[in-house]
Every structure is written in structure tokens, then in C-alpha cells.
Design a protein around this ligand. Structure first.
Ligand code: GLN
Length: 547
């Protein structure tokens, strides 16, 4: 019989509910439990796939191709589990399901209403992971948004009903709240937490545990006060102080026995978790013996969440390389214009030991990416291109080495005489934007003896995708003559998945998104390889300064 944990947030958004939920999942998994995490978002988009990264941060793609909230990335990274499309639900999806049923006449003439129809559908989805897999021990459901939002009400009402319908000890409510420190008064304030919990209780949900986000430790007295006013035991009020690394959060919660008390509340008996390896990993993250600097040339750099998985992948890749990776964010639009020559690029990339060009859509900043890639190629700086990064690499090489004047991509340059990147055949005729790209895991076969094969250590791999455009095969031969090696192809040989440039210390680009499969304990081979190459790249310079 599965147990159900609900994670809500109060006071303000962006408190780190996703990390808190993922950390909880991590601890329960370390106790030997089979845990599934899911995220319910109250907005009306059917999924975040059509939302701009500026608005919503990165779109995380699962094995099955579901386009999800970036918190699913944290869940997968913290629990080393692959989730599926059932683990992310939006209000839009709930309504889509209900309205489709209504059109089919499945409500038999009844009036379709928020209660019970919307709430019933939400309850069905809470239960679904446990229904689909009888071995699931705990389902953790995080509710997006902040308690008090109008749009989250149906979700909270569904949780209230769900809890009422279960045995008392089969569910738990965890509420994440903010305990601000008021600088001028020199003290922390518990009132916002009291209000937030009051709001939650007025909906009929008594939280069992409070995680208090704070810049300073909240201290014993405040814990007692919060417990008293919020109607729960003092030992169920936890300090969730800012951590230097998100990977420290499970350790901090475990130090306060959160996982033990949660299991006690849910009536689950397990062994104590062994966090030795995880703690060791956190130590390496916090005190890396070496450092290396890698530039990320993208267009969504104002919002770091837009490249969340890439940032995390660099942290993971630093661990086996015993290095901390400092990420330097470069707005590709600043690398455009007539005045951008090598002098400007020297300035921008001064002290960078590697360059990464991430995925993206549309024409903004393309020329800047192309300039950065040319610079990486010519100056022999380790380079990794991801999705649009691969497409830009071929545009650059097409123009500079193959002699394809004004080579471009049909995505943003319809009049190019050389569409080295063009729309995939099965994308032609698709009008809808949502969920219609080539999405999710597809196999790829690597070329024996290539750098990619060497990095992966195997010849058959599977990676996650999110794209509409691909390498135009009619140009493949000309690229090969210019020295490009297409070292990864779809099993039928028709789609380029990986390209590399052997006459370079590390120049590799991929059509898929390796960052979606990097895990803290299993860094992705491509990121690991890039960081390693970057360390080698910086070494001679270091020697000369030391010498
Ligand atoms: N815009 C490109 C395409 O659709 C690249 C997509 C990406 O980088 N994820 O093919």
C-alpha cells in the first residue's frame, strides 16, 4: 500500500520546493523505499513545452518525450530514477482531459464542475503512479505555486479530500515556508509562516511538517513559537537554511531527522539511510581541488533556470575530474556585429578553458554563436555544442571550411542558398506547436574509434531529444571532405546525432540533450570529457605562471 506525501509552498514562490521534494525523495530512496515524485502545476498551459525559457526556465524532457517542468529534472537527479509523462500535471491538462470526456458525452448529461470533476481527476492523478506500479512505496506530489493563489485551490481541495479518504497514517503534508530575517531589527520573523499555515488550514489541510527557509538558523525559540501557532509538534518544524550546494540539502534534512520522523508519521519502518557516499560527493563539490572556467554562450542567460540541467551537469562533471566548474554566461547577441573580431572574442573568452553552445530556438543570437564556435575551433578551445549548438557548428564549418557561402538553417534563414540544417521530413505539415517536436529517447550508434565512442565506452547509446530540424544529408559528404566526422547516427544511418572534428583537442556537437541524463553520481560522459579537456587546456598556462 503506497503512502502519499504532499509538498506545498507558502509566503513567496521560488523557495526551492522542487529541491526540498527531491531531497525528501533522495532520503526515502536511501532508506530503501521505492519513491515516485510528481509535480502538479496550476497554470493553464497543457504542458510547459510551448512556454518561453524566459518565462518558465528550462523545459525538461523525459525518456518518453514528455515536456515537463524543470523540477522533474531535480527529481530524476536526486533519486536517479526515470520519470514519465504521468508525473507532471497542469491544470490545462486536467481541463483538456475533462473537456474531451464531456465532448464524448461521458458525463451523461450532468453539469461538469470544478468539484467534483476537476478534483476527482486530480485525485486520480495523485493515485496513478501507485496504481500503475504496485511496488511504489511513496508518492511525493509537489504542488506548484503558492498557497493562497486562486488557481491552486482545486489542487489543494483535491489533496484535502484525498487525505480524508485515506487512513490517517497513509498521507503527510509538508509545507515549505519563508522565515525572513529583518536586517534592521536583527531578528527573524515568524508571522508570514503563521499566515501561510493559517491559509492552508482554512482550506482544511493541517501541515504535518514545516520546512522553514531562512538565511539564518531559525533557532529553538522560533521553532517552538511556530509549532505552537501552527498547531504541530516542535520537532516537526525544520530549519531549511540556505545551503552552499543544493546537493547538501538531503544531508541537512537528515541531520535534523526529517526522514526518520516522516517515516514514523507514515508508519513506515526502514533501516537508517547510508549517506556516506553522497556526503563525500558534496564535499568534493564544495571543496574542489582544482578549478576550471567554461563559457556558456546562449541567449536566455538572464534567467539561469533556462539552462538548469546544463549547470547541474557541469557540477556533476566536476566531481570525477576533482574540479569545480565556474560557469561564465555569455549573451550570444553581444558577440554579433561588425566590430566583433578576434580581439573582442579574446576579451570575452579571456580565462575560459572551454566553450559550450546550448540548445535554443529562433534566429536571435545565432551569428554570435557561430562566431564563438569559430573562435573555439580556430583557437583550439574545447567545445561542446548541444542541439542548436550542433546546428550552429555546422553552419560555421559550412561557411568557413566547406566554402558554402551563407550556409544556414531553414529554421531562421529561409533564403539561404545552403540549408545545411533543414526541417525533418516527418515534421513537414505539422501545424501545432505543442508536443510535436522529435521528443524523448532515441537510439544512436557511434562510430568505432571516434572520440564519442571513446567517451561513452560503448557504441550504442540512447539520448533524449527535442528538435524539429536536422542535418541536411545532401551536404554530409562535403562536410566529411572538410574533416568533419559524423560519429553518431540514428540506427538507420539517416539522422546525424553526433559530429566531431578530430583535428582539435575537443570539438564535439550533438543533436540530443546530454544534460537531461547527467546525474550527480554518474556525470554525463560528454560533460565529463569537456571538463577534462578544459583542465588540460588550462594546464600549460598555469605552469607558465607558476614557473
Ligand atoms: N531549434 C532547433 C530545432 O528545432 C534546435 C532545438 C534545440 O536546440 N533544442 O531543431
Amino acid at each position: 500500500m503506497a503512502k502519499f506525501v504532499f509538498v506545498t509552498g507558502g509566503v513567496v514562490s521560488a523557495l526551492g520546493k522542487g529541491i526540498a521534494s527531491a531531497s525528501l525523495g533522495n532520503l526515502l530512496k536511501a532508506r530503501g523505499l521505492n519513491v515516485i515524485l510528481q509535480k502538479f502545476d496550476p497554470y493553464l498551459n497543457v504542458d510547459p513545452g510551448t512556454m518561453s525559457p524566459f518565462q518558465h526556465g528550462e523545459v525538461f524532457v523525459l525518456e518518453d518525450g514528455a515536456e515537463c517542468d524543470l523540477d522533474l529534472g531535480h527529481y530524476e537527479r536526486f533519486t536517479q530514477t526515470n520519470l514519465d509523462q504521468n508525473n507532471n500535471l497542469t491544470a490545462g491538462r486536467v481541463y483538456e482531459t475533462i473537456l474531451a470526456k464531456e465532448r464524448k458525452g461521458e458525463y451523461l448529461g450532468r453539469t461538469v464542475q470544478v468539484i467534483p470533476h476537476v478534483t476527482d481527476e486530480i485525485k486520480r492523478r495523485i493515485q496513478l503512479p501507485a496504481d500503475n506500479d504496485p511496488d511504489v512505496d511513496v508518492v511525493i506530489t509537489e504542488i506548484g505555486g503558492t498557497v493562497g493563489d486562486i488557481e491552486s485551490l482545486p489542487f489543494l481541495e483535491a489533496i484535502r479530500q484525498f487525505r480524508l479518504e485515506q487512513d490517517m497514517q497513509d498521507t503527510a503534508s509538508v509545507h515549505l515556508t519563508l522565515v525572513p530575517y529583518i536586517e534592521t531589527a536583527g531578528e527573524i520573523k515568524t508571522k508570514p509562516t503563521q499566515h501561510s499555515v493559517r491559509e492552508l488550514r482554512s482550506i482544511g489541510i493541517q501541515p504535518d511538517f514545516l520546512l522553514c527557509r531562512a538565511t539564518h538558523s531559525i533557532g529553538e525559540e522560533a521553532r517552538r513559537k511556530i509549532a505552537l501557532f501552527c498547531n504541530l509538534p516542535t520537532e516537526h518544524v525544520f530549519d531549511a537554511q540556505d545551503a552552499d550546494s543544493i546537493y547538501q540539502v538531503p544531508c541537512n534534512l537528515n541531520d535534523q531527522e526529517f526522514d526518520r520522523l516522516l517515516c514514523q508519521k507514515l508508519g513506515i519502518e526502514t533501516e537508517e539511510p547510508d549517506l556516506t557516499e553522497w556526503k563525500h560527493m558534496v564535499q568534493v563539490i564544495l571543496n574542489p581541488p582544482e578549478r576550471v572556467r567554461i563559457a556558456i554562450v546562449g541567449k536566455y542567460i538572464e534567467l539561469k533556470d533556462a539552462y538548469k540541467s546544463i549547470s547541474e551537469s557541469f557540477i556533476h562533471a566536476g566531481i570525477p575530474n576533482h574540479a569545480g566548474v565556474e560557469q561564465v554566461w555569455v549573451d550570444s547577441e553581444t558577440l554579433e556585429g561588425d566590430e566583433v573580431g578576434d580581439r573582442k572574442l579574446d576579451e570575452v573568452f579571456n580565462g575560459c578553458h572551454g566553450i559550450l553552445v546550448p540548445g535554443g530556438f529562433g534566429d536571435r543570437g545565432i551569428q554570435g554563436k557561430v562566431n564563438a564556435i569559430r573562435y573555439a575551433r580556430e583557437k583550439k578551445i574545447p567545445f561542446l555544442g548541444i542541439c542548436l549548438g550542433l546546428q550552429c557548428a555546422l553552419i560555421e564549418i559550412g561557411r568557413d571550411l566547406v566554402g558554402l557561402d551563407m550556409a544556414g538553417s531553414a529554421e531562421f534563414d529561409v533564403s539561404t542558398p545552403h540549408p545545411v540544417i533543414h526541417l525533418m521530413e516527418d515534421q513537414k505539415g505539422i501545424a501545432n506547436m505543442g508536443g510535436t517536436m522529435r521528443l524523448g529517447a532515441y537510439p544512436c550508434v557511434l562510430k568505432e574509434g571516434s572520440r564519442a565512442a571513446d567517451l561513452y565506452g560503448v557504441l550504442e547509446i540512447s539520448e533524449r531529444h527535442r528538435h524539429r530540424y536536422e542535418v541536411n544529408n545532401s551536404y554530409r559528404e562535403r562536410f566529411e571532405q572538410a574533416g568533419v566526422v559524423f560519429s553518431g547516427l540514428s540506427p538507420d544511418g539517416q539522422l546525424v546525432e553526433v559530429m566531431e572534428f578530430p583535428d582539435h583537442p575537443f570539438f564535439l556537437a550533438v543533436q540530443f540533450h546530454p544534460e537531461l541524463k547527467s546525474r550527480p553520481r554518474v556525470a554525463h560522459p560528454l560533460f565529463r570529457g569537456l571538463v577534462k579537456a578544459a583542465l588540460v587546456h588550462q594546464a600549460p598556462k598555469q605552469d607558465s605562471t607558476v614557473g
